[in-house]
Design a protein around this ligand. Structure first.
Ligand code: NG6
Ligand code: CA
Length: 517
């Protein structure tokens, strides 16, 4: 009898200790290894567009809060100086120049990511995450023959996202509708949508045929179909009830993002919140018109900052901030006149969207790809500034390390400790891309190979980096890339070319090697 009591007692102790194990482990795992992950991605936001990064003419208090309370990277890069290639690299951990189709895509382009390819959301799904995207997609949809009136696929839901609420391409490209999990929102089947990037549909007004219908004027490109008085790239017919209202887009995406986290807060989630600002056409909600002295470009940055603030409030209200890693960055550098007359140039004043960096969107100079880059995790990341070289392409491997996965994209490096502010050992080197050209950063040095073409893209008035000579800059002493050291430092030049070609191969320039001699 006595023995039985002892045995029962022992069993109770063992079973309690098991319970403790079981009870503690999931909590532990949830807190440390599977935090929620949110990637906030602005469109065309420049290195110098945030007050935290030195802007004095514009206030971005909410983005600054993330920068001040997290790690603010001063050498953080997008993979490309344009959108689709950067987004491709971000989600797949693959350099965009490895895929010849990774260029700025029309709204009718087929899906750029192979559905067999590994992606960040696929990797996270395997670790129990719910995955969502809200905002700009611009990675193609379908197989090239999309019927916009039926289910549109493959798309985000086929490359790893459980939930998607997107615009197909850009705000200046048709179709100007939201697509939720593959279906156009608010579509009236009796008014079907047709889209064509080559030919107009008979009788449909364009910016050329009916300029009197425009409330915003085009400067270059952007003279096809008119939607809400704004001329777009591409032709579209039908879908009246589904067309977005440009001035409401920021609110629509914000509410979608807020609803997503409220819905998914009980399991680990990954949200890719892809803001449309400050890409053209810049259409601030009336509440933000005049928020800055800079006209629509400044006003939509203020609006984007407000959206981020509201979004953070929701995270806080839902008690999620301590268990959520937030990454904020931009898909490429800044541009002022990207095709519409919207006073971005005229009202710029003293603001420097690229900070001290040379170039801008479309450029192989630093401002093309060096962008605001911030990681924030309340209570987990100690605040600080980091000058480690990091790229968005590294998020794949770093996040997979965070959640204990061994999945990876071919070019992604594990910089988890750098992103968490525990190490300053960033990348050794990085290949940068801009409009199908590539450049190389290694240590403090930047190499731009020779490219045929004008040094300035005169439409947008940006120095894009073309020159018939090699360019070599020491960014440590010359962040503005003013002193080309290629001639005076032939040894460094050769070392850089060799290291670059070891990764990139020899066929990178549109000038034959023979011509260079
Ligand atoms: C360019 C557009 C520009 C912008 C860009 C894509 C013209 C003349 N210019 O072709 O306005 O839409 O593509 O920007 O059409 S990105 O940020 O999505 O890469
Ligand atoms: Ca962009």
């Amino acid at each position: 009898m006595k023995n039985l009591k002892v045995i029962i007692y022992a069993l109770i102790i063992i079973s309690n200790s098991c319970k403790n194990d079981v009870a503690e482990k999931p909590q532990d795992v949830k807190e440390n290894n599977t935090p929620n992950i949110i990637f906030i991605y602005a469109d065309d936001l420049g290195y110098g567009d945030l007050s935290a990064y030195g802007a004095t003419e514009i206030n971005t208090p909410n983005m600054d809060m993330l920068a001040i309370g997290g790690v603010m990277f001063t050498n953080g890069y997008a993979s490309s100086a344009t959108c689709s290639p950067s987004r491709y690299a971000l989600l797949t951990g693959t350099y965009p120049w490895r895929n010849k189709n990774a260029k700025i895509l029309p709204g009718t382009a087929p899906l750029l990511i192979d559905t067999a390819q590994v992606t960040i959301p696929k990797m996270l799904k395997l670790k129990g995450y719910h995955t969502g995207i809200v905002g700009k997609w611009h990675l193609g949809l379908g197989d090239g023959q999309v019927n916009w009136n039926e289910r549109i696929g493959p798309g985000p839901n086929e490359v790893g996202f459980d939930y998607s609420f997107i615009m197909a391409a850009t705000q200046d490209r048709v179709p100007t509708v939201y697509i939720k999990n593959g279906y156009v929102e608010n579509l009236d089947k009796n008014d079907p949508i047709e889209v064509d990037y080559d030919n107009n549909f008979e009788g449909q007004p364009t910016a050329i045929s009916n300029p009197e219908l425009l409330k915003m004027k085009w400067h270059h490109g952007h003279n096809n179909s008119i939607v809400n008085g704004i001329p777009r790239i591409g032709f579209m017919k039908g879908g009246e009830s589904a067309k977005w209202k440009d001035e409401d887009m920021a609110n629509t995406f914000l509410e979608e993002a807020q609803d997503y986290i409220k819905r998914e807060k009980n399991n680990p989630f990954f949200l890719y919140y892809a803001l449309q600002q400050p890409h053209v056409p810049r259409t601030p909600n009336p509440r933000f018109v005049g928020a800055t002295s800079m006209g629509p470009r400044g006003d939509v940055i203020a609006e984007a900052d407000w959206c981020i603030g509201e979004f953070l409030k929701t995270l806080e209200e839902e008690g999620l901030l301590e268990n959520t890693l937030i990454i904020l960055s931009s898909d490429n550098g800044p541009v002022l006149n990207d095709g519409y007359y919207d006073e971005a140039v005229e009202k710029l004043g003293k603001h420097t969207p690229a900070g001290k960096l040379r170039g801008g969107k479309y450029s192989l100079f630093e401002a093309g790809t060096r962008v605001p880059f911030i990681t924030y995790w309340k209570g987990k990341i100690s605040p600080g500034t980091s000058d480690a070289m990091v790229s968005q392409i590294d998020l794949f491997r770093s996040l997979s390390a965070l959640v204990g996965s061994d999945m990876n994209g071919p070019d992604s490096q594990n910089l988890l400790n750098v992103f968490l502010g525990k190490s300053n050992q960033g990348r050794d080197h990085l290949i940068l891309e801009a409009t199908s050209r590539t450049a190389f950063r290694k240590g403090d040095w930047a190499l731009i190979p020779p490219y045929r073409g004008g040094p300035i893209n005169t439409e947008v008035n940006i120095e894009v980096g073309n020159s018939k000579e090699f360019q070599l800059y020491n960014l440590k002493n010359d962040i503005e890339q003013q002193n080309n050291l290629a001639q005076s430092n032939p040894e460094k030049l050769q070392e850089m070319i060799t290291a670059f070609e070891a990764i990139r191969g020899q066929n990178y320039s549109n000038i034959q090697k023979l011509e260079l001699k």
